[in-house]
Design a protein. Structure first.
Length: 455
């Protein structure tokens, strides 16, 4: 009998397994595909490989007037996919080695929870074998889906002219005209890449702005860069109604029917949780397609935890990893809870957006009196010499009465790295006075964090 069974070997599952192994717990990790989950195999890492190659190409092409000699560079998509696959394989092998090092027992197959006669004992069937444990963690993640409410979407998916992010990351040819349905993180990252690679990209988004709840001032600047530098077109307040082999038919902001030509249609309107693992056999609640949890990742059944995308809580790889840490800490009796305000979010386009904590708009919604500090990234000497085509922006939100830092947003070519300092100063609620004593290296882009606070 194991101390812990984890169903799902993605970032939450394998990180939890390693941490539990370090704590001398006996662990069974069940994964029906490859270790690493969606993030490593068909999501975060593959898309970052694409975006890295896009960034290298863009920087070189942008530098012809500054000393870089040679003709205009372009992407060989088949080689980019090969590069991506090589890096993914290397990282998957790294996870396999990590599990061996932590003495985690890995079971390959689909885990199905079975009914149990004993209180506090959980049984899971995998590959014809029944394994048992005193704690059970559901880390089954989520999957892309093709919506039934868009006529022709499912038929188009089966025919191949409608794709999801999974297929997009394996395409070896660049579509001439790509229509992206959904202006969230996935749609913007992949739309940005394919626009740079040569596609005419049009994004259809049902809301009035792109990038969901991201700071509106920043998303407005981001959209302008995508339009000006990459030729992307945005149809906001529009709803896709039908997909044919050659066109997407949508309702515009005035309620009129319009159509746009395509070679491929990328569906990126969200993900659905993977809950078909026998939850009903032990009466784990599922609400609106997700498993509800408390702030210690407990489900309604004692001893059963759920982590990551399957919970619907900030569906990000690092959320899942933090969930995993919280589970093992609580199993060890440490009484730890998660604070979702301390979870950073990133859009890895070129350029990038990153946020943590309270944004200016959220502060207004929650009636929090704040002081908003903001500067163009052009105040950073290093940012200037990297010669971008946009000015960038950094915003710091301070609670007015205490001058505690409660939020940070960044837009620029280093946002995904800057946000780690944001994680510290927002997570620890640094005050303006405490920031005075920090010494940042110069010249760095990161020193602008201190500059903006004292601007």
């Amino acid at each position: 009998m194991f101390d812990l069974i984890i169903i799902g070997g993605g970032p939450g599952g394998y990180h939890l397994a390693a941490e539990a192994g370090k704590a001398k717990k006996s662990v069974a990790l069940i994964e029906e595909a490859r270790l690493g989950g969606t993030c490593l195999n068909t999501g975060c890492i593959p898309s970052k490989a694409f975006l890295h190659m896009e960034k290298v190409m863009q920087e070189a092409n942008h530098s012809h007037d500054n000393g870089i000699i040679g003709g205009k560079l372009s992407l060989d998509q088949a080689k980019v996919v090969k590069y991506k696959n090589t890096k993914v394989d290397m990282l998957v092998n790294g996870v396999v080695a990590k599990m061996k090092g932590a003495k985690v027992n890995v079971f390959n197959g689909k885990g199905i929870i079975q009914k149990s006669d004993k209180i506090g004992e959980f049984k899971v069937e995998v590959a014809g074998e029944i394994i048992k444990s005193s704690n059970l963690v559901i880390a089954t993640g989520s999957t892309v889906f093709v919506p039934g409410f868009i006529k022709g979407a499912q038929e188009g998916y089966e025919a191949g002219h409608v794709i999801t992010s999974t297929e997009a990351l394996d395409m070896t040819e660049i579509p001439k005209e790509l229509v992206v349905i959904g202006g969230g993180v996935i749609g913007l990252e992949l739309g940005s890449y394919f626009a740079s690679a040569g596609s005419k990209v049009t994004v259809i988004e049902a809301s009035s702005k792109i990038a969901g709840p991201t700071d509106p001032e920043i998303t407005e600047q981001f959209q302008k860069v995508l339009e000006t530098d990459k030729g992307m077109e945005f149809k906001l307040n529009c709803k896709a109604k039908e997909i044919t082999k050659t066109h997407v038919i949508f309702e515009d902001s005035d309620g009129k029917e319009q159509k746009i030509q395509h070679n491929r249609v990328l569906i990126s309107i969200g993900r659905k949780a993977n809950t078909s693992c026998g939850l009903e056999n032990i009466e784990v609640n599922v609400e609106n397609g997700f498993i509800p949890i408390d702030d210690q990742c407990q489900t309604n059944v004692p001893g059963v935890y759920a982590i990551g995308d399957v919970t619907g809580k900030l569906m990000l790889a690092h959320t899942a990893s933090r969930h995993g840490e919280i589970v093992i800490d609580n199993i060890l009796g440490k009484n730890v809870a998660i604070d979702y305000n301390k979870v950073p979010t990133v859009i890895y386009g070129t350029p990038e957006i990153a946020e943590i904590g309270i944004t200016e708009s959220k502060a207004k919604e929650q009636n929090i009196e704040v002081t908003v500090k903001k500067l163009s990234m052009m105040y950073s000497g290093k940012f200037v010499v990297e010669d971008t085509s946009y000015q960038g922006l950094i915003k710091i939100i301070l609670k007015k009465d205490t001058e505690e830092i409660i939020g940070m947003s960044a837009f620029g070519n280093a946002a995904s790295e800057l946000i780690h300092m944001g994680s510290i100063i927002v997570g620890r609620r640094f005050s303006k006075d405490q920031m005075r004593s920090l010494i940042f290296a110069h010249p760095t882009i990161g020193e602008i964090i201190k500059d903006v606070i004292f601007s």
